[in-house]
Design a protein around this ligand. Structure first.
Ligand code: SAH
Length: 458
């Protein structure tokens, strides 16, 4: 992060603008709106700017800028002349004095920048790009303008009026946050938006009177195969309201970034046969946090109910009487096949598809080989890289043709996605040739040949 955003209270604070023309005027409007007292130093001044200076109760200092003008300890200085050298001089002098200075449209000579603003006072949203792209910032501002209702300012004000009372009633900050989140998800918000403040205050009073310590809950959330844009809206919403996020190895870093920033994040990653927290421990963690009243997001790669042990986790929650929700995710088979251009079914090539795991629990029966050797069926193998050679040999031994196409997709849907195509007979040796990294998914079936036409992802 190269810039650090802060929100400055400028009411009654004296600020200096160097320059009396249009550039200065544009900045003066905003500063005056924020309540600053504006002095302008310039040999001459636009009538509009002069009006703003007067309105702000500041002074027009009619002379060319010199060091003496910085004798007063201004809060902020804006260099807005149309002479670059003067602006640079202002910048240098301010820097010597640790004075916050902005040289308009000249990023190297700015200690602070003025962001694009979405004004829903008292709520103010700002967008800054460190000068890399003011147009992009403004576009984003337009987008946010349409997203944030005008009533948001009123809601912030309304909240401000209740803040103290809420704090007195609910002393635990986590519980208080949940209370406010519930308020913002309730009809109270709509009442404020539509201006029915009396009703809103009544409802708020009632909500506070009837408040009791919230019960914890677990969200079992499928995070999809890697691309954060493949999250569902529900997954995103719950990720952003959870107090604790318990995630495993398959959850990509960009997805984790989307969780609430101050949530406690616990890694319980499972690399194959290297379980950093055993399943029992994970189940116990979920129960333990929920019983403390926390909202726990159990974030899993793909879909929680497809080779995700989600079933085992909620059995435990059920037994412990903990409330839970399950949010499906895009499973690796769907994500990888889409991004690799391999449709899992196709009217000409496959009328059924089977999801299998190559990694069997100790003592589990063998895969039902006989059922897997149909011509018009796609097989999708999860966790199959280690057992791949054996599985291919078994399929051939049970009658599958050795030239049946196979695709191996590693890190599917991510920027590092890699696809290796071969046949049952040669895929294992091809794997040895290529550097393939986990996680890897294998698709076996004639549909693999369609990739030649449909490949788009890489
Ligand atoms: N619940 C998950 C699967 C967990 S099992 C889901 O629905 O997708 C872990 C296996 O999923 C991995 O060994 C691999 O076979 C597959 N997998 C998960 N994400 C993947 C990805 N981005 N690319 C390729 N395979 C993936």
């Amino acid at each position: 992060m190269e810039i650090f955003p802060i929100s400055l209270k400028l009411q009654q604070q004296r600020c200096l603008i160097v320059g009396g023309g249009h550039i200065a005027y544009r900045k003066a409007i905003l500063l005056q709106k924020a309540g600053a007292i504006l002095d302008v130093v310039a040999p001459e001044i636009d009538a509009n700017l002069l009006e703003i200076v007067k309105k702000s109760t500041g002074t027009f200092l009619q002379h060319t800028f010199s060091e003496k003008d910085l004798a007063f300890p201004y809060r902020l200085v804006i260099a807005a002349t149309n002479v670059a050298e003067v602006n640079h001089q202002v910048f240098a002098l301010c820097e010597q004095r640790n004075l916050l200075v902005n040289s308009v449209d000249d990023i190297p000579h700015c200690r602070f920048m003025m962001p694009a603003i979405i004004d829903r006072s008292p709520l103010v949203i700002s967008v800054a790009s460190n000068g890399t792209s003011p147009v992009l910032s403004r576009q984003l501002r337009t987008k946010i303008e349409t997203l944030v209702p005008q009533g948001m300012g009123k809601l912030a004000e309304f909240s401000g009026q209740w803040r103290k009372q809420v704090k007195e009633k609910i002393s635990n900050p986590d519980q208080r946050r949940v209370f406010w989140e519930d308020v913002y998800a309730s009809a109270i918000k709509e009442q404020v938006f539509t201006g029915n403040l009396d009703t809103a205050h009544d409802m708020m009073r009632q909500a506070l009177d009837t408040w009791s310590i919230p019960k914890g809950e677990v969200y079992l959330v499928g995070a999809g195969p890697g691309d954060p844009e493949l999250l569902t809206l529900k997954a995103l919403r719950l990720m952003q309201q959870a107090d604790v996020v318990i995630y495993d190895r398959l959850v990509s870093a960009p997805i984790l970034e989307l969780c609430r920033r101050d949530a406690v994040k616990i890694y319980v990653g499972k690399a194959r046969s290297n379980h950093s927290v055993p399943q029992d421990g994970i189940n116990a963690l979920l129960v333990q946090y929920a019983q403390q009243g926390k909202r726990v997001c159990r974030l899993k790669g793909g879909d929680p109910f497809i080779f995700g042990r989600g079933g085992e986790e909620i059995q435990e929650l059920f037994a412990a009487g903990v409330a839970f929700q399950v949010v499906p995710g895009i499973t690796a088979a769907s994500g990888c096949s889409a991004y690799a251009g391999i449709p899992l079914t196709h009217r000409d090539y496959a009328q059924s598809v089977r999801f299998l795991t190559g990694h069997l629990k100790e003592g589990s029966p063998e895969l039902p080989w006989q059922e897997l050797v149909y011509e018009n069926q796609t097989l999708v193998l999860y966790m199959g890289l280690v057992g791949l050679d054996r599985i291919c040999k078994q399929l051939i031994a049970h009658g599958q043709r050795p030239n049946m196409p196979v695709a191996l997709i590693s890190k599917g849907t991510t920027p590092e996605q890699k696809v290796v195509v071969g046949t049952l007979q040669d895929i294992a040796s091809k794997v040895a040739e290529h550097q393939i990294h986990a996680p890897t998914l294998t698709i076996i079936g004639e549909v693999v040949t369609l990739r030649e036409q449909l490949q788009w992802g890489e």
